[in-house]
Design a protein around this ligand. Structure first.
Ligand code: PBG
Length: 356
């Protein structure tokens, strides 16, 4: 080919070698960006496998400790704890019981972090707690129920806020560093901020699940927490059609004092994530939820996709879309790959060096 082929711009130059690709990568994953969600269940002697989330467990208190220690050793940035109580009732009494399973899990997690920090002299994961009633109610809704003037059973926004306030304070007392309201009640961030401050927890942060959509991708999570839910959450979680409304939810949470905001699920809402990231002056999180995990695991188990490459691409996409913090069930495994690889791309060092 003659030298004057007329092509001025040749973007392929920056893709020619692994070293060049690594240098010019716009987004990069780090273990410290990742938060590992963990489930602790009351009254079991052995961890229970979650069938629809291969590799994930309902933990005993003991196996929770080990999982948090593993996350700490892997350099993971945070853990997000969910509790599964032995007894449920209409108002979710165990959610704010001082010795409820989630409060016990929080204490164990803090201890595990301290142990590993003392050993490694590196910061361990921040201990976060999901602040929502659905794991604790016998009807499985994220709030308390009431009968509307039309005789319909509805989730009562303002009565639920009182429960969230009590739950947040109980979690802070147990040692939670981040309170994470995920119930999509109006005003929840403001009420929780007030309650924490009144109880003296001015330094405890709030990660608001701001734009949380009603999604079938939470399906496996329902198994993970033995959910009792009949019906759906469409009167409080958002409609998948609405991007602008997601921004409004994030703006309201910021105005109410959220320290971080979240978009959830991640994969189907990357546009919302990008727009929240562009307007937020606080860190933005995204939750790669149970169904997103299950889909990749299932396809990989069938040999239909490359598991590691798919996991890394799915999480890198969330990062590129603007997430500072990513909740993913693969946090420990990804962290281990990152330590092994340094660079995020899964390619072998020599791959792509040839002219091919
Ligand atoms: C509510 C909560 C849910 C998830 C996180 N927090 C369930 C829901 O809203 O129905 C889902 C997480 C996942 O699917 O991985 N406590």
């Amino acid at each position: 080919m003659s030298q004057s082929s007329g092509i001025v711009y040749r973007p392929r130059r920056l893709r020619a070698t692994p070293r060049m690709r690594r240098l010019v990568a716009e987004a990069r994953l780090a273990a410290a960006d990742l938060v590992l969600p963990l489930f602790v269940k009351e009254g079991i002697d052995e961890p229970v496998a979650i069938t629809s989330m291969p590799g994930q467990l309902q933990h005993t208190e003991d196996s929770l400790r080990q999982a948090v220690e593993a996350a700490a050793r892997a350099g993971v940035g945070g853990v997000m704890l969910f509790g599964i109580p032995a007894v449920r009732d209409a108002v979710g009494s165990q959610a704010d019981a001082p010795d409820g399973i989630l409060q016990r899990g929080i204490r164990i997690a803090r201890e595990a972090v301290r142990t590993v920090e003392a050993e490694t002299h590196r910061p361990g994961p921040v201990v976060m707690a999901d602040t929502c009633l659905d794991e604790f109610t016998d009807h499985g809704h994220c709030g308390v129920l009431a009968t509307s003037p039309d005789g319909e059973i509805v989730v009562d926004n303002d009565a639920t806020l009182e429960r969230y306030a009590a739950m947040a304070v109980a979690q802070a007392r147990a040692g939670a560093e981040v309170i994470s309201p995920s119930g999509m009640m109006d005003g929840q961030v403001a009420v929780i901020r007030d309650a924490l401050d009144d109880a003296g927890f001015t330094d405890v942060s709030i990660l608001a699940y701001s734009a949380k959509y009603a999604s079938p991708f939470y399906g496996p999570f329902r198994e993970a927490v033995d959910s009792e839910l009949q019906g759906d959450r469409r009167t409080y979680q958002m409609d998948a059609a609405n991007g602008r409304e997601g921004l409004r939810e994030a703006d309201l949470d910021l105005a109410e004092g959220a320290d971080m905001v979240m978009v959830k699920p991640a994969g189907s809402y990357l546009d919302v994530l990008r727009q929240v990231a562009d307007r937020s002056d606080v860190p933005v999180a995204a939750y790669q939820v149970s169904g997103e995990y299950a889909m990749i695991e299932a396809a990989a188990a069938n040999g239909w996709i490359d598991r590691k490459a798919s996991i890394l691409e799915s999480v890198l996409g969330i990062k590129r879309a603007g997430a500072d913090v990513i909740l993913t069930y693969w946090a420990i495994e990804i962290a281990a790959w990152l330590w092994a690889d340094v660079a995020a791309p899964a390619a072998k060092a020599t791959e792509g060096n040839q002219e091919a």
